[in-house]
Design a protein around this ligand. Sequence first.
Ligand SMILES: [Zn+2]
Length: 494
Amino acid sequence: MENEANINRYDRQQRIKDWDQEKLTKGTVTIIGSDNLARYIAMPLAALGVGNIRIIDSAKGSDKDMLLDIPLEGKVRSQSLEQAIKKINPEVNVIGINSSLSTIAAQYFLQGSDIVIDATNDKLSKSHVIDYSLKTDVPVISASASQNKGKIIFHYYHQEPQPMILMPMLEGTEQGDLISLELGGVIAEETKKFLMGHKELLNIVYNYNLESDERFNFTSDREIKNADNHFKDKNILIVGTGALGGPFLGPATVINLKPARLDIMDYDTVEDHNLNRQVCFYDAVGRLKAERLKETLMAISGKDIEINAIIDKFTDQFKPDVRYDLIFDAVDSFFTKAILHNYAKQNKIPIISGGTDYRASTVIVYQPGETSCFDCQINLSELAIKTEIIRRTSCLQAPDPSVIMTNQIAGALMVGEARSVLRPDIYGRPVNGEIKYISDFDSRGGVNRLERTCNCHTKKVSSLELPDPERVEIKEKEIDGRIIKQVYLDGKMM
Ligand SMILES: [Zn+2]
């Protein structure tokens, strides 16, 4: 067996079929801008190990600007972002360039790029970048974000630029944290695919819009007036501070919700092979995740939020000293998810659950009386029993491959729905159904909507006890070249 302590930081992504780390290492990506969107693009690209990252912007830093717990207060923000990105992955070359693309002469700085990403809300910058692309055939990803909506267009070789590519509708607006986080994950995934030579790149306009009931179109159903005090009396629990809960859910909850109290629960310790995605633990190998994350969250929030680290595994014996208004499920075991879901259901606490694999993010919401429970949505209890039986009867299994992008996207989607769960009066109702991002689907994002709520009470709770091993048989079957394990209970396939 390999020694887990000496595994390289890219191990979990290199387990993906056809992954080409060397192409990422050789890549040169130029990002225009240093505001929220640029930061949330640079961060995952650095974590992936993209070898050369340039950040071009002349904006000044302020003492409020941070990336995770790293302040960006230097005189020139692109240069303080350079320093922050180097902490997240010291193996990549990052350069912050004190300029902007507001003049045509600045096109000079784009030379040598494999791809250019304009992450500004500035149509002059975007037009100079597109102009450069038309002259040189270097592809461009153009993106802009406001507080509640954003847009991505991928401009590829020999195309006529799409009319919306300068994004005048978002010109000069303030880039919101949550929208930037979501778009940043999608952009990093497209950039990775381009550098690795994949052909199926984004060829539609990608929108994410929290003012729309559909979420992935640009037309708004309501106008949201954001304010810092909308959740000031709420208590929130995050279970799991790994790839999803650590770098994304935790910070996004503190920045975007500012609840009264945030409890974070995890028993796990940071290891080298976490660093390709758990970017908040850049200096914390060997430390407890929840304790290190608490430091980051306190650095972001100042003293405004009570933050508690609970070093434990979630079980149905959990007795908190507070009533939670919301639970975020960021654990990766279906069995723990099911126990957590039953706890939420019995105590009538809304729960938002996130799941990822290396190409997809899934978010589901259970709000008593508003949406269906997870047993009715995805048959969670049965899934939990099945996967737990397989886990307990199999010998050591290879770890699942994992990347940063789908975790970043899921974290943003979860906090987006949390606003609606906690304050539907301001943010509209949460989505009833599965919210999905799938990297190789044409539309990338979508909602599998359910039209009803359920009234099934606690019927599935007792079924979480595992059946007697003698009643169970596991058979292996090959489907499309992959070995799938099937569980039979009393001779019937589950
Ligand atoms: Zn139900």
